[in-house]
Design a protein around this ligand. Structure first.
Ligand code: FBP
Length: 420
C-alpha cells in the first residue's frame, strides 16, 4: 500500500474521535443518501420532469446503515466523502495508478471548492465582469472574464503540488504549460476552468470541466524556455484521443455544487456540503436513461444548420420523431448545466457545426472529450456526426473544436440516423 494512501487511511481512522462530531453533522446531512452499488430503481415515467421521472434517472440511494462493532458502537455511519470514495476505489482497483488518481482528484476537488466559493460571492468580491476591463482576450479571441483568469490560476496552483502532472492544457492558456521539474509528473491535465463564463455575471450555472491523460513515459520536460525537439513532442503528447483519458469530470456551480467524475470504472456524483467543506457521494453509479424527452441546442443557429438536423428538431417538436412523443426544449448556454440535466433526465444536448462554424463551438480536448467519457461511462453516447465517436477523434491542435451530439443512447442513435 502506497505510503500516502497508508497515511491518509491512518489519518481517517485515527480521527475516529473527530469523526464522531463530523458523524453527527454528517448524519443530519447525509441521512437521506449514501450508496449501495447495484441498487437500481426502474420506475417508468412519461414526464421527464415528474418525481418518478427524475427518480428513474438517478440511482436512488438509501439511508446509510451504520456499521456497529460487537459492542454495538457505531464504527462507520456510511457517509461517503469524496476522499473516502477515492481511497476505497484505489484499494479495490487492480488498475495501476489509482493512488495517483487519489492525489489528482483531491487536488482538483480543492480547486473546485475554491472556485465554487468565488463564484458564489463574485458580486460581493467584485470579481464579476471582464478581466483587465475587457482588454484580456484568450487564444480563441474571447474576452476573458475576471473569473476565467482567476479560476485558471486556482486550478494550476492546486494541480502543480500534486506532483503528478507534467503538462497542463487549459482553455485560458494559449499553449500547454509545462509543470516545472520539481513537481513534474507522468500525467497531462486538460481543463476548461470556468465553462459558461458568459453567464457568470447573471449568476447562472457555470462549471469546471477536466480530463486526465497519461503522458508518454519519456516525457519529463526540463527547462520550458529552451524546449528541445523531444520536449516539443512531449507538449504535443497533450494531443491524445479521448479514448486515452484515465479520468474525466466536471464540477457544476449552481444551486448546489456538484462534482461528477469517472476514473474509468463507472460514473459518480458528489454534492458539496458547505457546512463541512467536503463533497459527499449523492449520485452513486449514474446511469443515463436510454431515452429522454428534452432536446438542448441553441436554436438561434437553426437556419445555419444542416437541413437534416432542422428536420430532426422539427420532428421532435411535432411529436413526429421515433417515439412519436413531443419533446420539450431546455438551453442554459452553459455546457456543464445543459449536460448535467441531460445526464440525469435523459435526452440530447448538441452543439452542431453550421454554415458559419463548420466544427461548432465546443473544444475537443477540454470540453467534448471529457464529457464524452463521462456519458459513455453512464451508458450514454457522444458523436460528432454519423459514424464519428467523439472519443476516437485525434486532436491536431490544443484548442481544436468539434461538433457534439451527446445524450441518451436512443436519442443519439436517432439523430445519427437523421443526419446520415
Ligand atoms: P466557454 O464559456 O468555456 O467558452 O464555453 C463555451 C460555452 O459557453 C458552452 O458552455 C456553451 O454550451 C456554449 O458555449 C454556448 O454557446 P452559444 O452562446 O453560442 O449557444
Amino acid at each position: 500500500m502506497n505510503v500516502v494512501l497508508g497515511l491518509t487511511m491512518a489519518a481517517v481512522l485515527f480521527r475516529g474521535g473527530v469523526l464522531s462530531s463530523t458523524m453527527t453533522a454528517a448524519r443530519t446531512f447525509a441521512a437521506p443518501s449514501v450508496h449501495t452499488r447495484g441498487m437500481h430503481m426502474s420506475v417508468k415515467s412519461s414526464n421527464p420532469f415528474s418525481q418518478a421521472g427524475r427518480r428513474a434517472a438517478v440511482r436512488s440511494s438509501v439511508a446509510p446503515s451504520p456499521v456497529q462493532d460487537s459492542a454495538g458502537t457505531i464504527v462507520d455511519d456510511g457517509t461517503v466523502t469524496l476522499t473516502r470514495f477515492m481511497i476505497e476505489e484505489a484499494m479495490k482497483s487492480k488498475t495501476p495508478g489509482q493512488e495517483d488518481m487519489v492525489r489528482l482528484i483531491s487536488s482538483i476537488s480543492v480547486a473546485c471548492k475554491r472556485i465554487a466559493s468565488m463564484v458564489q460571492t463574485a458580486g460581493i468580491s467584485g470579481s464579476t465582469g471582464l478581466a483587465e476591463g475587457g482588454g484580456s482576450v484568450n487564444v480563441q479571441g474571447e474576452e476573458q472574464k475576471k473569473l476565467d483568469v482567476i479560476s485558471n490560476d486556482v486550478l494550476k496552483s492546486a494541480l502543480r503540488p500534486s506532483g503528478k502532472l507534467g503538462v497542463i492544457a487549459s482553455e485560458e492558456e494559449d499553449n500547454p504549460v509545462v509543470v516545472d521539474e520539481l513537481y513534474s509528473g507522468e500525467y497531462v491535465a486538460t481543463f476548461d476552468p470556468l465553462d459558461g463564463s458568459s453567464n457568470i455575471d447573471a449568476a447562472i450555472s457555470t462549471g469546471t470541466i477536466f480530463g486526465v491523460f497519461k503522458a508518454p513515459e519519456e516525457c519529463l520536460i526540463g527547462d520550458s524556455d529552451n524546449l528541445s525537439i523531444a520536449e516539443q513532442q512531449c507538449l504535443e503528447a497533450t494531443l491524445q484521443p479521448g479514448t486515452n483519458l484515465v479520468a474525466a469530470g466536471y464540477c457544476m456551480y449552481s444551486s448546489s455544487t456538484i462534482l461528477v467524475l469517472t476514473t474509468g470504472d463507472g460514473l459518480n456524483g458528489f454534492t458539496l456540503d458547505p457546512s463541512i467543506g467536503e463533497f459527499i457521494l449523492t449520485h452513486p453509479n449514474i446511469q443515463i436513461p436510454s431515452r429522454g424527452k428534452i432536446y438542448s441546442m441553441n436554436e438561434a443557429n437553426y437556419f445555419d444548420w444542416d437541413p437534416k438536423l432542422q428536420t430532426y428538431v422539427d420532428n421532435l417538436k411535432k411529436a413526429e420523431g421515433q417515439t412519436g412523443e413531443k419533446y420539450s426544449s431546455r438551453y442554459i448556454g452553459s455546457m456543464v448545466g445543459d449536460v448535467h440535466r441531460t445526464l440525469l433526465y435523459g435526452g440530447i444536448f448538441a452543439y452542431p457545426g453550421d454554415k458559419k462554424n463548420v466544427n461548432g463551438k465546443l473544444r475537443l480536448l477540454y470540453e467534448a472529450a471529457p464529457m464524452s467519457l463521462i456519458f459513455e461511462q453512464a451508458g450514454g453516447k457522444s458523436i460528432t456526426g454519423p459514424g464519428g465517436r467523439v472519443l476516437d477523434l485525434v486532436p491536431d491542435k490544443v484548442h481544436q473544436r468539434c461538433p457534439v451530439f451527446i445524450g441518451s443512447p436512443d436519442d443519439v442513435d436517432e439523430v445519427e440516423k437523421a443526419l446520415a
